[in-house]
Design a protein around this ligand. Structure first.
Ligand SMILES: C[S@@+](CC[C@H](N)C(=O)[O-])C[C@H]1O[C@@H](n2cnc3c(N)ncnc32)[C@H](O)[C@@H]1O
Length: 311
């Protein structure tokens, strides 16, 4: 309706909404198969099956042949997939797309892989999809690397603000084909090529590991709780004395990751008690109190015993 209005067509028709036969309400990734002849979980359950019993397995959804795939697929970080869609759905996704989408990839990457597959098999000529901007890195980026193996990205907006459910998120817009289109556009500029991290400069995604850096690199701090502090909070804690006379600078430290080096410093700090046990940590009164208030409540609900005990 908005398109019709913007393009000078009238919306005065009855009924306003028309039946559109080409819309299908189906799962775009997996096809569920049921034990009985039922077509849906509801039907199967009505036939005296429990949900687990009724569902037999999932297979890959085949997409119809077409000229172009346009999609605004759902964004969902890998760690949230099972929380939102259930363990079973997640493990079936992993099984069906094994070797094609990494387990750590965002849910939207499955749409990218399916579009790539369609283009590779000449079931489609080109595709344009929205993604979380996170697709430029980590396990999600592998999807783009794979797209460039069998075809190429000819258009991308690397980072664009987007309002989603009232929240301000950052998205990437990416179009790709079977290398038919020679002209490439990145962020509004004509470029020679678009790398899988959606840059056109030196392709750092193919950088190799330096042997001399072995044992010098560490994957970073897995915090499991809100240990991080803003600079303001950190400076306050650093100024607080302790009855033990120990300085809080022993345990309040600047915290950086790769992005602080390659982009701009975020000036974050972290409370790090290291190997100290609870009694030793408690000698740093204010930092200990911070962790008790901000970390303990979530840690005490953690499924893993040692994470609860060693909060
Ligand atoms: C970001 S919204 C985009 C909606 C619409 N295409 C648009 O552009 O306004 C993503 C949509 O994908 C749907 N979705 C989520 N998982 C899906 C799946 N497995 N198969 C098909 N659609 C799915 C969601 O319900 C949601 O409507």
């Amino acid at each position: 309706m908005k398109w019709r209005r913007d393009n000078g067509f009238s919306n005065e028709r009855e009924p306003v909404l028309q039946n559109l036969e080409n819309f299908q309400n189906e799962d775009a990734l997996l096809v569920p198969h049921f034990r009985s002849k039922a077509k849906s979980l509801k039907e199967a359950q009505a036939g005296e099956h429990t949900a687990d019993d009724a569902l037999k397995f999932y297979s890959e959804r085949k997409w119809p042949e077409c000229d172009v795939i346009v999609s605004n697929p759902p964004f969902l970080g890998a760690t949230k997939i099972w929380k939102e869609l259930g363990r079973e759905y997640q493990s079936e996704l992993w099984r069906v797309y094994e070797g094609r989408v990494l387990r750590g990839a965002d849910l939207c990457c499955y749409w990218f892989e399916k579009a790539r597959d369609s283009i590779e098999h000449r079931d489609c000529r080109r595709a344009g999809l929205l993604a979380t901007q996170g697709i430029r890195g980590g396990a999600s980026r592998e999807t783009l690397r794979r797209i460039k193996e069998t075809g190429d990205i000819f258009f991308a907006i690397s980072d664009r603000e987007w309002i989603l459910d009232g929240a301000n998120v950052h998205v990437s817009m990416i179009a790709f084909d079977d290398r038919e289109q020679a002209e490439k556009w990145l962020d509004g500029n004509k470029v020679r090529k678009i790398n899988s991290n959606l840059t056109a400069a030196v392709d750092t995604t193919t950088a190799a590991r330096l042997q001399v850096h072995r044992e010098l690199c560490f994957r970073g701090v897995p915090k499991v709780g809100k240990f991080e502090l803003t600079q303001e909070e950190a400076l306050r804690l650093l100024g607080e004395p302790n009855p033990s006379l120990k300085p809080n600078s022993d345990v309040v430290r600047p915290w950086m990751n790769g992005l602080d080096v390659t982009r701009r410093p975020k000036h974050l700090w972290i409370i790090d008690f290291g190997e100290r046990d609870k009694e030793a940590a408690a000698q740093y009164a204010e930092p200990f109190e911070w962790v008790r208030l901000n970390v303990l409540p979530t840690r005490s609900k953690n499924k893993r015993g040692h994470r609860r005990d060693n909060w």
